[in-house]
Design a protein around this ligand. Structure first.
Ligand SMILES: [Mg+2]
Length: 306
């Protein structure tokens, strides 16, 4: 195990697992659990990785949360793990066994996207090789990397005229082979991690945040005391541990599973912090949070429309 991990301190991990009453693992989906995709049909998760996540999510005191850029339905189809908490559309939607959260400001973006999708429907007729993948909380325009620069410029100009930088509800994120249009919100995977973690009732929960080489630093710094792991090397990153490949990630998760299973098996039920399954609490805090966010959204929107 030690040989496979770069920058990992197995003893420190073992000590932290040994002192925790519960374990919460936050994992990114694309590039961390599954290979990146450029086509409209996304790849599944490697069977061995899926299996170890399944086993981990069934252990007492353990919670597995998977975060992705796809919608919830697509993420659930790709992973198909019933005990996992899913955070889709970059964290705008979160769903667990007994709850579902939709960011209260998402509705503004959703109606703007519906209008936009009607206008983008003709794009594949104008440019060969262009696909418009319209989902309720994001629209992705995929194009071939060998498109002529003229085509790419024209597509950029069309998107720029429909969704200018001053658009009150939508924002454009351009990549090498795709352009994503998403609700303009101050909310990302890091916000979703904090949102979930604030609702975990278990005392002394150990958080492990696992992302990939493209994951934002804010994801890793979302929780002050989390153990952070990056899959794929990146120079200058402040992330605590680094794993080179998904095979290394499988090794890490297997090690974590064995550590936590050992912790559960040896737990003294009379001890002050025996292993307890983290429970997500949805009491009074959620509506209050939602009202605050909605008020802030309306204020921002009014300002943007002035
Ligand atoms: Mg990723």
């Amino acid at each position: 195990m030690t040989k496979r991990l770069s920058g990992v301190q197995p003893l420190a991990l073992e000590a932290r697992v040994g002192a925790a009453s519960s374990l919460v693992v936050y994992l990114d989906l694309d590039l961390t659990l599954a290979p990146v995709f450029a086509e409209s049909e996304p790849p599944g998760v490697l069977p061995d990785l899926r299996s170890i996540l399944d086993q981990l999510s069934l252990l007492e005191g353990a919670l597995v949360c998977v975060l992705g850029r796809s919608g919830l339905a697509e993420m659930k189809k790709r992973l198909d793990l019933p005990r996992v908490v899913y955070a889709g559309d970059h964290g705008l939607e979160i769903e667990g066994e007994s709850f579902r959260f939709l960011h209260p400001e998402a509705g503004f973006g959703r109606s703007a996207l519906q209008q936009l999708n009607d206008r983008l429907a003709g794009l594949p007729l104008l440019f060969s090789g262009v696909e418009v993948d319209a989902k309720s909380l994001q629209t992705v325009i995929r194009h071939r990397s060998d498109d002529s620069p003229d085509d790419r410029n024209q597509i950029d100009m069309i998107i720029g005229s429909l969704v200018p930088p001053t658009h009150p509800d939508l924002t454009v994120v351009a990549g090498p082979t795709s352009i994503a249009i998403r609700p303009r919100l101050d909310w990302n995977k890091a916000s979703a991690i904090r949102w979930i973690h604030e609702r975990i009732k278990a005392p002394n929960a150990l958080a492990i945040v696992i992302g990939d080489r493209l994951s934002e630093e804010s994801t890793f710094s979302s929780l002050a005391d989390a153990v952070t792991v990056r899959v794929g090397q990146l120079r200058g990153s402040r992330v605590g541990m680094s794993l080179e490949t998904q095979a290394d990630l499988l090794g890490f998760l297997t090690h974590l599973f064995e550590l936590w299973k050992g912790r559960v098996d040896s737990a003294d039920p009379a001890a002050p912090s025996p292993c307890v399954r983290p429970a997500l609490a949805f009491g009074r805090s959620s509506p209050i949070l939602n009202v605050r966010l909605r008020r802030a959204a309306v204020g921002r929107r009014r300002q943007a429309l002035r």
